[in-house]
Design a protein around this ligand. Structure first.
Ligand code: XMP
Length: 534
């Protein structure tokens, strides 16, 4: 579910763990670096490069990483960094643009030589016993992306590696605990990138790999208890991973003070409502209020084909039903503590994309369906605000949620409503639900769930084509399979599924689903195509 807009008490989910700050110099490198640091079991947070150094230091970081970025240090207006950071006694690791900033700030030389290096590059390590490179091969493959090059390291630094083009591709000053590499250790093309990052964290900065999902759960449970006190909270469950894990975490913290609301809009996939009603409740013991509002949604959607119109209607009806459920929860126990808190499954990428970790997330408007109105007078509980999706899944596992919920692929708030191209009717929903269930079953049977990001199954309700089934000619609808691979849904590629899996899905859908006589495969990347068809 998308977050609402009331201001969240930012301190409520602050963490006490040892923190590494990743300074973001643009182009989305910072998120990847932050994830890699966490894979090394050290907690990391992203801050914008515009944050004053004093403010960064006030956060008490145990180390700082300077990310890459698209600029040249010589470009007018390129992001800069106050050299005071390097005098603060905090270990710093500069990568790519961050490396060049470090070099220039400390008196080294970075030339705008026109000697560009892009892509996979051979790196020669000249100091194999150095802090960053110990135990890694003398020749390794790294990912480069730069125009400027460092020709002389700052005084007091040892040059530890070079390439054919760049004489200073890595340097370090162990005494001052300052390290830098010209390349991108965070990308998988850099063969020893993770090892080098871990060398910085463990050897350079002296950190220990202690950040685990168990520690996240313990810490969040304590924070939620402190925040909610004896009040009550409600949480809208969408059936998706984020709201399920957020609710389970809050349930662990405050038990019966939490009530979950599940609005069944009739646009869910086969078995999903039952999964929430039975399996989720069984695993968590949560108090759940299920509102069957499918008639109401269908009536409101009657005659509507325009995708944005559908989203607006579904969003509006959702809010009305949720508000009604909230009023009922209060009315059922009027003498109980007030319902003051709303639990939301906001994730870290949403927080970062909306302004670098300050304030409340603001999700892209077209993803706002299922969001709540601005005037709801709730304080937000957002226990996942610091986590990436894969970490949320691990927390869900830790909390004992069923695998089917934890590993579930993203599913849009407006549900199957935006996977029927044309008007949404009960018959069409039933038909699409069957086709979708078959596709999911076969993908799972083929062991492909983890390989694909999501696989929308779309019904082209306004299209008919001629077919021949049994003894007769048919005039039925096509189904589109849209399997995609992606890291974050911002970009995606179509998944190259095995032909025999596709064949089984196609045969089963055309045999088992009435009125469907054709199955097609969408082979468009994003961009230009979006993941959903509507
Ligand atoms: P697109 O279609 O924009 O989708 O490539 C990107 C991701 O967002 C999901 N999506 C939505 N999620 N409400 C949601 O909660 C929506 O209206 C919506 N539209 C798309 C989509 O499934 C994919 O994961």
């Amino acid at each position: 579910m998308a977050p609402a807009t009331p201001a969240a008490p930012e301190t409520s989910t602050e963490t006490a763990a040892d923190t590494v700050l990743v300074v973001d110099f643009g182009a989305q490198y910072a998120q990847l670096i932050a994830r890699r640091v966490r894979e090394a079991r050290v907690y990391s947070e992203i801050v914008p490069s515009t944050m004053p150094v004093a403010e960064m230091l006030a956060k008490g970081p145990k180390a700082v990483i300077l990310s890459g970025g698209p600029s040249s240090v010589y470009e007018p207006g390129a992001p800069t960094l106050d050299a005071a950071l390097f005098e603060a006694g905090v270990p710093v690791f500069g990568m790519c643009y961050g490396f060049q900033l470090m070099a220039t700030a400390l008196g080294g030389t970075v030339d705008n030589t026109g000697s560009r290096e892009y892509g996979r590059t051979g790196l020669s390590v000249s100091k194999p016993g150095s802090t960053l490179f110990e135990g890694t091969p003398a020749e390794q493959s790294v990912w480069m992306s730069h125009g400027d090059a460092c020709s002389a390291a700052p005084e007091g630094f040892t040059v530890t590696a070079s390439t054919d083009v760049v004489p200073v591709a890595a340097f370090e000053n162990d005494e001052k605990r300052l390290y830098g590499v010209q390349y991108h250790p965070e990308v998988l093309h850099t063969t020893h990138g993770q090892q080098i990052l871990e060398h910085f964290l463990y050897r350079g900065a002296g950190l220990a790999p202690t950040w685990t999902t168990t520690s996240v759960v313990d810490e969040q449970v304590a924070l939620i208890r402190a925040q909610v006190g004896s009040s009550r909270a409600i949480c809208g469950l969408s059936g998706g991973v984020d709201s399920a894990v957020a609710a389970a975490l809050v349930q662990k913290a405050i038990g019966s003070q939490l009530t979950c609301v599940y609005v069944d809009h009739g646009l869910m996939r086969k078995g999903e409502t039952e999964q929430v009603e039975k399996d989720f409740v069984a695993a968590t013991g949560v108090q759940l209020k299920v509102v069957d509002a499918s008639e109401r949604f269908l009536a409101a959607l009657a005659g509507v084909s325009d995708p944005e119109q559908k989203r607006k209607i579904i969003g509006r009806e959702f809010i009305r039903v949720f508000e009604q459920a909230q009023a009922e929860i209060v009315a059922e126990a009027p003498n109980d503590h007030p319902v003051e808190f709303l639990v939301q499954g906001t994730l870290y990428p949403d927080v970062v994309e909306s302004g670098g970790g300050t304030g409340t997330a603001n999700i892209k408007s077209h993803h706002n369906v299922g969001g709540l109105p601005e005037d709801l007078e709730f304080q937000l509980v957002e226990p996942l605000r610091k986590l990436f999706k894969d970490e949320v899944r691990m927390v869900g596992q830790e909390l004992g949620l069923p695998e089917e919920i934890v590993q579930r692929q993203p599913f849009p708030g407006p549900g199957l409503g935006i996977r029927i191209v044309g008007e949404v009717t009960r018959d069409r929903l039933d038909l699409l639900r069957e086709a979708d269930a078959i596709a999911r079953e076969e993908l799972t049977a083929a062991g492909l769930d983890r390989e694909i990001w999501q696989c929308p199954v779309v019904l082209l309700a306004d299209v008919r084509s001629v077919g021949v089934q049994g003894d007769g000619r048919t005039y039925g609808h096509p189904i589109v399979l849209r399997p995609v691979s992606s890291e974050d849904a911002m970009t995606a590629d179509w998944s190259r599924l095995p032909y025999d899996t596709l064949a089984r899905i196609s045969t089963r859908i055309t045999n088992e689903v009435k009125d469907v006589n054709r199955v097609t495969l969408d082979i468009t990347s994003k961009p230009p195509g979006t993941i959903e068809w509507e």
